[in-house]
Design a protein around this ligand. Structure first.
Ligand SMILES: [Zn+2]
Ligand SMILES: [Zn+2]
Ligand SMILES: [Zn+2]
Length: 140
């Protein structure tokens, strides 16, 4: 009997710190058996947050018209005499720049300088786009 009392106390304590679910309605849900007593409101909330992030695609990626390039080098790295790891193609101007794994991160610098938000991978066999402005990702 004492275990039951302490569990009730804990449920009420979690409910009182939850900003989404009202304390009273949450208690009613437990009583009606809508939510199993073992389920955690905190887990449900974080799961919903993850789903919202992974399914969100910004307007830039939604309306994407893929721009490709015959250039397969980072001209800015070549000018510096440096090498790079992977290449990205700007989907606003078609410029080819090196990725964030590369020493010079020219694709990121190009976004910061120009405001052109979206790049695609220039690597063979890769078909994804990334929006710097919204931190969103999509496969095409
Ligand atoms: Zn975007
Ligand atoms: Zn570069
Ligand atoms: Zn650009």
């Amino acid at each position: 009997m004492s275990g039951r009392v302490s569990r009730n106390y804990q449920e009420r304590r979690i409910g009182s710190t939850c900003k989404i679910h009202g304390n009273k309605s949450e208690e009613n849900l437990y009583k009606e058996g809508t939510i199993p007593e073992t389920s955690s409101i905190r887990l449900l909330t974080s799961f919903e947050a993850v789903m919202a992030i992974s399914t969100k695609v910004c307007s830039h990626l939604e309306n994407l018209q893929i721009i490709r390039s015959d250039i397969y080098q980072c001209d800015e790295c070549v000018a510096l005499g440096d090498t790079w790891v992977h290449l990205r193609i700007c989907q606003t101007c078609g410029g080819v720049h090196c990725c964030d794994s590369s020493k010079n991160k020219h694709a990121t610098k190009h976004f910061l300088r120009s405001g052109h938000p979206v790049v695609i991978s220039a690597e063979p066999g890769e078909s994804w786009a990334w929006c710097y402005q919204d931190n969103t990702f999509t496969n095409y």
